[in-house]
Design a binder for this molecule. Structure first.
Ligand SMILES: Cc1cc2nc3c(=O)[nH]c(=O)nc-3n(C[C@H](O)[C@H](O)[C@H](O)COP(=O)(O)OP(=O)(O)OC[C@H]3O[C@@H](n4cnc5c(N)ncnc54)[C@H](O)[C@@H]3O)c2cc1C
Length: 416
C-alpha cells in the first residue's frame, strides 16, 4: 500500500527545498514536520550565502549554482526570500597579524580584500576600532532563511504537496523495503522516505539501527525585535572557532559518546557575529557547544550574558538591545560537504562491515538522507534540485559522488 511517492521528514531549509523540488517532478510528496511553529536551525540562522567559499571544483560549482539560484528564487517561488548581496566583514582580532589571517583565505574561490582599521570602520561604522587589527571583506549573499523555507513550502503546496505537523517516531519496513513512517497518530505509506531532520537526523536513524556520521552542535544566539540601529554588513570573526569544534566531533575520544548520548558539554566556543534583517531585527551570536545528547537543555541566562559581553567588544552598540536567547541544534558532517544519497547497500564504516539494515536484518531500500550540510543555505537548494533530477534518472556526477561518500554503520544503541 503506497499513498505517496516520497515522504520528506523535516521542514527546515533542507526538507522544504527538497519537498518542493520533488513536487516539481510531479511526485506525490508528504512533508512531515514536528513543530507547527519553527524552532530549528533555519529559523535562528544568520542567512548568509557564502558562495565565495568553494575550495574544490565541486564546492566552487555549487557556490556558483547556489548564488544564481537564490538570485532568481523569489521570482520562482512567488514570495520574497529577502535575497540581497551585501558585504561580509570578517573581523581580525587586535592580537592577530592581518597578513597571516588574510593568507589563510587564499584557497577560496573568491579571495578577500584586507582592510585596515580605518577603512573597516568606514565600511562598518558600528565596529569598535580598538578591538580589531583590520577586517577581511568579501562579497556575500543574504536571505531570510525562515522566509525562504516558508516560500518553498507555499510553492510546494501550490504544486499539490501536503504538509502535516506530526513527529515521525518510527520508520516502517516490509521485508527489505522501507514502507513509510509512523507518527504518534498515523501511519503514512510511501515508496521512498528522505530524512532531512537536521540535528535530529542522527537519533532518528539510530532508532532503525543505523549510525551515520551526522553530528550536531548546540547553538545559542540572541534574536531581537526591530531596532533603530543600522548594521550595514554581516559581521563574523575571520578565525572561526566553530570549525575546530566540528573537527573534534569525530575524534576517537568523543566518537563513542555519539552512540551513548551524554548531556555533559565536551567543549564549547564563541564566535562573535551579527546580522540585521530587512525589518531591522538582529540575530547576534553565537555559542556552539558539543553536547552529544540532542535533548540536553542548555542554560540560556548565562549564555545571554556571555553573548552580550563578547559582542560588546566588537559591536558595542548591539550589546544592550532588547532580545531573547534561543537554542537550537546545527547538523554537520566532517566526512563530506553533506550526507546525501540512498542508504541502501552502503559499505559500513569501521570494523563491523555490513550493509545497513533495520535492526540487523536484510538491507532496506527506499530510504535516503539529505542532511549535515556545510554552508547549508548556499549548497542545499542547488543540491535539492540535483537530487530531484537524479532520482528521476538523470546522470549527475555530484550526486553520484556524494552518494558514494555516504557511509553508515550499525548503531550501537539501536532502538531508543
Ligand atoms: C546562529 C546561526 C547562524 C547561522 N548562519 C548561517 C549562515 O550564515 N549560512 C549558512 O549557510 N548556515 C548558517 N547556519 C546554519 C544553517 O542555518 C543550518 O545548517 C540550516 O538551517 C539547517 O537546515 P536543516 O533543514 O538541515 O535543519 P533544521 O533547520 O534544524 O530543520 C530540521 C527540521 O526537522 C524537524 N524534525 C526533526 N526530527 C523530526 C521528526 N522525527 N519528525 C518530524 N520533524 C522532525 C525539526 O523540527 C526541524 O524543523 C547558522 C546557524 C545558526 C544557529
Amino acid at each position: 500500500m503506497t499513498d505517496y511517492d516520497w515522504i520528506v521528514i523535516g521542514a527546515g531549509i533542507t526538507g522544504s527545498a527538497l519537498a518542493y523540488e520533488l513536487s516539481k517532478k510531479s511526485f506525490q510528496v508528504l512533508l512531515l514536520e514536528k513543530d507547527p511553529i519553527p524552532d530549528n536551525a533555519t529559523c535562528y540562522s544568520y542567512g548568509g550565502l557564502a558562495y565565495w567559499s568553494g575550495t574544490t571544483e565541486l564546492t566552487r560549482q555549487l557556490g556558483r549554482e547556489g548564488i544564481e539560484l537564490h538570485r532568481n528564487l523569489s521570482e520562482e517561488l512567488e514570495a520574497d526570500t529577502e535575497f540581497r548581496e551585501l558585504d561580509l566583514v570578517l573581523t581580525i582580532e587586535a592580537k592577530d597579524d592581518p597578513q597571516t589571517v588574510a593568507k589563510s583565505y587564499s584557497q577560496f574561490a573568491i579571495t578577500p580584500e584586507l582592510l585596515d582599521v580605518k577603512a573597516a570602520c568606514e565600511l562598518e561604522p558600528l565596529l569598535n576600532p580598538k578591538a580589531i587589527a583590520g577586517v577581511l571583506k568579501l562579497p556575500h549573499g543574504h536571505i531570510h532563511s525562515q522566509k525562504t523555507a516558508k516560500a518553498y513550502q507555499q510553492a510546494f503546496r501550490r504544486r499539490g504537496g501536503e504538509i502535516k505537523y506530526e513527529q515521525v517516531i518510527e520508520l516502517i519496513r516490509q521485508e527489505n523495503r522501507s514502507e513509510g513512517v509512523k507518527t504518534a497518530k498515523n501511519t503514512y505509506y510511501a515508496t521512498n522516505t528522505v530524512v532531512c531532520a537536521g540535528g535530529l537526523t542522527r537519533s532518528l536513524l539510530h532508532q532503525v539501527g543505523l549510525s551515520v556520521p551526522n553530528y550536531f552542535t548546540h547553538a545559542q544566539l540572541i534574536k531581537t525585535p526591530p531596532v533603530d540601529i543600522k548594521l550595514r554588513t554581516l559581521v563574523m570573526p575571520a578565525v572561526q572557532q566553530r570549525f575546530a569544534l566540528e573537527a573534534m566531533a569525530s575524534n576517537s575520544e568523543i566518537q563513542p559518546l555519539w552512540d551513548k548520548p551524554n548531556s555533559t558539554s565536551v567543549a564549547s566556543i564563541f564566535d562573535a557575529g551579527a546580522i540585521q534583517f530587512l525589518d531591522g531585527s538582529f540575530c547576534i551570536g553565537q555559542i556552539s557547544a558539543l553536547v552529544t545528547d540532542p535533548k540536553a537543555k542548555l542554560e540560556t541566562s548565562t549564555a545571554e550574558v556571555l553573548i552580550r559581553n563578547r559582542i560588546a567588544r566588537i559591536l558595542p552598540s548591539l550589546s544592550k538591545i532588547p532580545g531573547t536567547c534561543h537554542h537550537c541544534l546545527v547538523a554537520f558532517t566532517n566526512k563530506s560537504i553533506a550526507l546525501v544519497g540512498n542508504l541502501k547497500n552502503k559499505s559500513a564504516e569501521g570494523k563491523n562491515r555490513q550493509a545497513p539494515s533495520f535492526n540487523g536484518g536484510e538491507p532496506v531500500t527506499g530510504i535516503y538522507l539529505f542532511s549535515g550540510f556545510t554552508s547549508t543555505l548556499v549548497f542545499a537548494p542547488p543540491l535539492a534540485r540535483r537530487f530531484a533530477n537524479w532520482v528521476v534518472g538523470e546522470e549527475d556526477e555530484i550526486l553520484e559522488l556524494l552518494n558514494n561518500q555516504l557511509t553508515t554503520k550499525p548503531s550501537l544503541i539501536g532502538n531508543s
